[in-house]
Design a protein around this ligand. Structure first.
Ligand SMILES: [Zn+2]
Ligand SMILES: [Zn+2]
Length: 342
């Protein structure tokens, strides 16, 4: 078995996940044509595994893909899956249920665990938790002092404050109706933010009612473009700091699926100038998933298009190589096709 990329010579990092193909952390295979490749992270080219070493690995991969791996994204021709350290490219239609929520849902589940741990620490007593952290080296003296001084209430609140600060937005913008000068929008006032439906991957705009003239149409603070995207991401992450259970997450993703797409969901949730505070728990989670989903999905689609192009050229090569080594009817006909013989 080779240990290095057959194209650039770069060494494959061994994986511990596949018993029959411990090469590299990205593998590609085609169960119907019987191909197996190790994908080089350096030159991105695919190295075809020797025939006699493929079959058990192919069986093993099919089993992993059917039972344990998560589908990140797929086209008609290929799917990209993840299983632990492994990224698996599977060629061919698979009819695998794409668990889209998993991409972002995992992050929300993790947050919930953290939050619970923090809340448990809080139950012991904020002071004990903070000074305990200080003793065990979890927090520095300055951090402990700030926590103690600023937010003596609850540990999770303190942790959130440490992570996000207190302002969702800062700047200098005047209300175009009354001239009021906006300098900051604090997270505490986030529920009053009005989000515009997504234009592609993030809210097309964010509006904050003017505290002086009470207007949010002509007057008020209007954020657009990058500023709106960055602010809404921060606000949603802050808003959903507690994370969510798998039940809530699957409810939220069902909303997205039923709406059709992340931006469709945002149009439904945010119509008529809804405020963040009006969305409810699942709505807020769905919105955060939708905004992350849409941008991640776009990256994945680009990656998948690139993978598919690689697969096409590597498959041509593999057909030739395999045809020369073992003249089986299937491989022979493929070879003829590649060589333009019929
Ligand atoms: Zn390489
Ligand atoms: Zn105003």
């Amino acid at each position: 078995m080779f240990r290095r990329c057959l194209v650039c010579g770069g060494a494959f990092r061994p994986n511990e996940s596949l018993e029959h193909f411990p090469l590299g952390t990205r593998v590609a295979y085609d169960p119907s044509r019987g191909r197996l490749w190790a994908v080089c992270r350096r030159c991105r080219r695919w190295s075809l595994a020797p025939l006699e070493e493929r079959w058990e690995a192919l069986e093993e991969l099919e089993e992993v893909v059917r039972g344990r791996a998560r589908v990140l994204s797929s086209t008609e021709n290929i799917s990209l899956l993840r299983w632990g350290e492994l990224e698996i490219v599977r060629v061919g239609q698979a009819n695998l249920a794409e668990q889209a929520w998993w991409r972002y849902g995992a992050e929300l589940v993790r947050r919930r665990k953290n939050y619970k741990a923090l809340a448990a620490a809080g139950a012991i007593g904020t002071g004990a938790a903070i000074w305990g952290g200080l003793v065990t080296g979890g927090v520095g003296l300055i951090t402990a002092w700030i926590l103690w001084d600023k937010v003596p209430g609850r540990v999770p609140d303190a942790a959130r404050w440490m992570r996000f600060g207190s302002d969702a937005w800062r700047g200098r913008v005047r209300c175009s109706r009354c001239g009021y000068l906006f300098r900051r929008v604090s997270f505490r006032r986030r529920e009053h933010l009005i989000l515009h439906p997504f234009d592609d991957v993030s809210p097309a705009g964010l509006v904050y009612r003017c505290p002086s003239c009470r207007d949010h149409r002509q007057g008020g603070l209007h954020l657009k473009g990058h500023e709106a995207t960055a602010t809404s991401k921060r606000v949603l992450a802050y808003h959903n700091f507690q994370g969510a259970s798998e039940t809530v997450i699957s409810g939220a993703t069902r909303l997205i699926q039923e709406a059709g797409s992340p931006s469709d969901l945002s149009r439904i949730l945010l119509k008529d100038g809804k405020r963040l505070g009006d969305l409810g728990r699942i709505g807020g989670i769905a919105l955060e998933i939708a905004s992350s989903e849409a941008s991640e999905q776009r990256l994945l689609e680009m990656e998948l298009a690139e993978l598919e192009a690689h697969w096409r050229s590597e498959e041509e090569l593999a057909a030739i190589i395999d045809g020369e080594l073992t003249p089986t009817p299937l491989l022979d006909s493929l070879r003829r096709k590649v060589l333009g013989e019929g």
